[in-house]
Design a protein around this ligand. Structure first.
Ligand SMILES: [Zn+2]
Length: 207
């Protein structure tokens, strides 16, 4: 597996293999409630409630205790988290810009493969040449910041989104996580997801 250097923590594959499908929580007491259902039935959006079971799955996906979790932004059709929504400041005080963090090992591996294939350089070049794409990507950057600010203002990272937005592409994990939570908002995240469909997709469980 390609080492993922774009996100701050390593992702360790689950050595125990497939497991039982957890029940999706019906509790919507946190934030905006469970997100809209995307085509194919995968849950998306900012506010899906975090359960104790989610936290256990996240720990397994990340190979460490998840920190600063405030929601599940996207789930596999089976209900397991694919993207975690994280507070802009971790419990230890560290500013955390990656509000939407890709956790699913299959998705992380797919993003790493894409990064290794030079897709980010090509996308960055297109941003410089395509005004329409650049405008949509800027809007994605602003969406990202607004989503983070809804969780609190952290001066150290004010105005700085993630993944290279708004003018570069530096981390496809970030863009894919954003696009999984909010389909149609981040054109390059949507594009990256389309490029990895044969390897990983949220509407077909490979957990
Ligand atoms: Zn699954």
């Amino acid at each position: 597996m390609t080492q993922n250097t774009s996100q701050p923590q390593p992702v360790v594959p689950d050595p125990r293999g497939p497991r039982e499908v957890p029940q999706r929580s019906e509790d919507t007491s946190w934030g905006e409630g469970a997100g809209p259902v995307a085509p194919g039935g995968a849950v998306t959006g900012a506010g899906s409630t975090v359960t104790e079971e989610d936290l256990a799955v996240l720990a397994e996906q990340l190979g460490r205790e998840p920190r600063g979790v405030v929601g599940i932004a996207a789930r596999c059709v089976c209900g397991r988290p694919t993207v975690v929504r994280t507070a802009p400041r971790l419990p230890d005080g560290t500013p955390f810009p990656t509000t939407f963090y890709l956790t699913h090992p299959g998705a992380v591996a797919a993003a790493s493969t894409l990064e290794a294939n030079g897709v980010m350089k090509e996308m960055t070049e297109r941003l410089a040449a395509d005004e329409e794409l650049a405008a949509a990507y800027l809007a994605a950057h602003e969406h990202y910041l607004a989503q983070r600010e809804a969780l609190g203002i952290v001066e150290e990272i004010a105005g700085i989104s993630a993944g290279g937005m708004p003018t570069r592409v530096k981390c496809l994990h970030v863009l894919m996580a954003h696009a999984l939570g909010f389909p149609g908002v981040n054109p390059l995240g949507d594009e990256a997801l389309a490029l990895v469909r044969d390897q990983w997709r949220p509407d077909r469980c490979s957990c």
